[in-house]
Design a protein around this ligand. Structure first.
Ligand code: SF4
Length: 286
């Protein structure tokens, strides 16, 4: 069994001290250790943004892809080798702006991957511009007169699209976040987790959320009840920002994309012999 310490790397962590990304990294390492996953069978895919360094800081396979393309890469890796535990990490700019078009398709395919969004409601790496989840009216470097649009609600979006696992975590509660990650890995199908991840440098929301966050598990929420999940996903706006639930909003068992491809059952694609001679095509790519 691998320990949390053994999952560290020699890379110097360059996130700002206190950044919510640290809790997400810790939850990831604890998940691998506590579920006794083999590190060589875990793949972490990251996009562009401060979160994108996750792959440098954990001793598993990783793929740092271009902006907004975490889900296509995760889908391809899982189809090629279903034996792998595939976990995608994206920022809110990454996942809900340029990459949002991939979310409906990952959800309707119910591909068996975990998708974690580091939602700090700001572009951190590029020093403080508005993203699709920045609150309306907030002044940022790209919106000096205030954001004119309503923020996107990722949980409502995922529920409405039919996601089979919808959760929200808070970087200020790493034990609960670890629980969510573990449940997401165990889920058969697409597992979506939006994480409230305060950016201490450009939008520090720790205090705001500490005063408002509560665990759904403590109030007897039934995660098999889609309508109750929908109501809980709207609770922040319905209570004028007074109550912010975290936990598993919804969970259901449905066929995964791999269930629809019986010819992929058994040996993973990557272990099958190559029966086509591709050598004559290769010169085109030189
Ligand atoms: Fe974290 Fe914000 Fe610093 Fe990026 S800019 S490392 S999100 S605190």
């Amino acid at each position: 069994m691998v320990s949390v310490a053994e999952l560290g790397t020699e890379k110097k962590i360059t996130w700002c001290p206190g950044c919510g990304n640290f809790a997400i990294l810790t939850a990831l390492k604890r998940t691998i250790a506590e579920l006794d996953l083999e590190p060589e069978k875990v793949v972490v895919i990251t996009g562009i943004g401060c979160h994108g360094k996750m792959g440098d800081y954990v001793r598993v396979n990783s793929f740092h892809t271009i902006h907004g393309r975490v889900l296509p890469i995760a889908t391809g890796i899982k189809l090629a080798n279903p034996e792998l535990v595939v976990m995608g990490f994206a920022g809110d700019g990454d996942a809900y702006a340029i990459g949002v078009g991939h979310l409906p398709h990952a959800i309707r395919r119910n591909i068996d991957v975990v998708y974690v969004v580091h939602n700090n409601r700001i572009f951190g790496l590029t020093t403080g511009q508005a993203t699709p989840t920045t609150p309306k009216g907030m002044k940022t470097r790209s919106t000096p007169y205030g954001v004119p649009e309503r923020p996107l609600n990722p949980l409502i979006m995922a529920l409405a699209l039919g996601a089979t696992f919808v959760a929200r975590g808070f970087a200020g509660d790493v034990n609960h976040l670890t629980y969510l990650f573990k449940e997401a890995v165990k889920h058969r199908g697409f597992a979506f987790i939006d994480v409230i991840q305060p950016c201490v440098t450009f939008y520090n929301t720790y205090q705001y959320y500490r005063e408002r966050v509560y665990r759904l598990e403590d109030e007897g929420h039934d995660p098999s009840d889609w309508e109750a999940a929908f109501q809980k996903a709207r609770e922040e706006e319905l209570t004028n920002d007074e109550r912010v639930p975290i936990g598993i909003f919804y969970r259901a068992e449905e066929p995964t994309l791999l269930d629809e491809f019986p010819h992929l059952a058994g040996k993973p694609l990557v272990k099958m012999p190559l029966t086509v001679d591709i050598s004559k095509f290769l010169p085109e790519f030189r």
